[in-house]
Design a protein around this ligand. Sequence first.
Ligand SMILES: *Cc1c(COP(=O)(O)O)cnc(C)c1O
Length: 371
Amino acid sequence: MITDNFPENPYMLLTPGPLSTSKSVKAVMLRDWCTWDDDYNLGVVQKIRSGLVDIATANTADYTSVLMQGSGTFSVEATIGSVVPPNGKLLVLANGAYGNRLAQISNRLKIDTLIHDSGEIALPDMELLRSTLQQDKAITHVVVVHCETTTGMLNPIEKIGEIVKSYDKVFIVDAMSSFGGIPIDVDKIGIDFLISSANKCIQGVPGFGFVIARQGQLEKTKGFARSLSLDLYDQWKTMEDSHGKWRYTSPTHTVRAFMQAMKELEEEGGVAKRYERYRSNHKKLVEGMQQLGFSCLLPPSYQSPIITSFNNPKNDIYNFNKFYDRIKENGFVIYPGKVSVADTFRIGNIGHVFPDDIENLIRNIENAIYW
Ligand SMILES: *Cc1c(COP(=O)(O)O)cnc(C)c1O
């Protein structure tokens, strides 16, 4: 097997994507594909598109999916820029860097935008959401991040969806770092557009993002797009009419790797099993870190099993950069903090990462805290 000749990774990525992928996901990239040929369009792209809808909901008849070139942000920008009508108004619920990015995109596109920023360590304010939707009739769309990767906070999309739907607004969710790793049924929650990307919980390599869309809503958006290459409707229409064809060059190797990653998700037992593994990783991580004297930024009830923020110890000996280098030498890359209100670092536990790896990490951290 060619996989035996792969160079070994010098370290495991404990980051929220790109993340550590299996050798078999990397191995399938060793072949070239023709973007005009059915082998690629029918054999790979269409299978991925229907497979994504199967992961996203039991009500597959009402949903469709679109793949979009670029990193996850490109798919977020494609969605916001393509589904909010010219006279629409977007309410952004933000509590971290990715929520703020939603607002930044909307403002950059000159969309009428209202931001509810609850701060980095608080959940969105449900009463404010309710009263705002009651009073501000101009709002047409509401968007929120599911797992706010800045902190690891899991936003309550079920409750938010219930309120958004009771006012009959279009509901958009950035589930970039949770889709495939946490069970979500888009139809039950009332999500009209869910955005994620190849290099997060499905455990593929970077290069494209995707949108799970309620088809009836997507069909209403023809001509709304504020960009040519990021026109979600056009991309979808081409993929539908030409059976998997992308409008412009598709990241073929990445897409093929993603199909393998989806197969491995299914072999693992689907999203429910992957969620269990991530939760085991997270539990081992937090218990181990707490034993070493580290504390978590968030209370457990806010915390996702995707990525965890730890407070940097406050003493004269500890130095994050040295700590980071020492752990990296021993085979693990962790993540600096992104929170502005606290001094933190982050450890992700998504990707081809197992509880044994976390145990190994904890042993290494024990040796790396002070030297
Ligand atoms: C990773 C991520 C994104 C997209 O980031 P890219 O760097 O563009 O791939 C968006 N939102 C969330 C919540 C994320 O975790």
